[in-house]
Design a protein around this ligand. Structure first.
Ligand code: RB5
Length: 151
């Protein structure tokens, strides 16, 4: 069974539950790293908890939801090996898997509704990385992380 991880801040508790339950219904195992309430919290805590699950290899892909999706994607992209994409349209959600091998999808609960959120999540988890020339570019991210990209 494919294992996913999902997280959110207080702005997205309800939407996260909808997305999580949908993915479980589809047959995925989904770890929910919180938050579980609408009490104000700091989204980097949840981005960090989610990224650790991917970095360790426990989970294949993750979904992070905050008010805009932007803070979550910024926090997630501070982690080695994490390629987080903030998407509000289905074309970007598909292409960020095909070309960027994104391993975290972010979106904003204050930006889009549940119908689009579920489409984005489905497309993200159902699309495979194309590899080829795109792999060369993704490998360059590692060089950047290690301060080894030749200019
Ligand atoms: C929380 O108010 C809000 O700043 C957060 O959910 C997110 O939108 C940050 O990028």
């Amino acid at each position: 069974m494919r294992k996913l991880v999902i997280g959110c801040d207080h702005a997205a508790t309800e939407l996260k539950a909808i997305v999580r339950d949908h993915l479980i219904e589809r047959g995925f195992e989904v770890i929910d790293v919180g938050t579980h309430t609408t009490d104000s919290c700091n989204y980097p805590d949840y981005a960090h908890a989610l990224c650790q699950k991917i970095q360790s290899g426990e989970c294949e892909l993750g979904i992070l939801i905050c008010g805009t999706g932007i803070g979550m994607s910024m926090a997630a992209n501070k982690h080695k090996g994490i390629r987080a994409a903030c998407c509000s349209d289905t074309f970007s959600a598909r292409l960020t898997r095909l070309h960027n091998d994104a391993n975290v999808l972010c979106f904003g609960a204050r930006v889009l509704g549940a119908g689009l959120a579920l489409d984005l999540a489905d497309i993200f988890v159902d699309t495979a990385f194309e590899g080829g020339k795109h792999k060369t570019r993704i490998d360059m991210f590692v060089d950047i992380e290690n301060g080894e990209l030749k200019g």
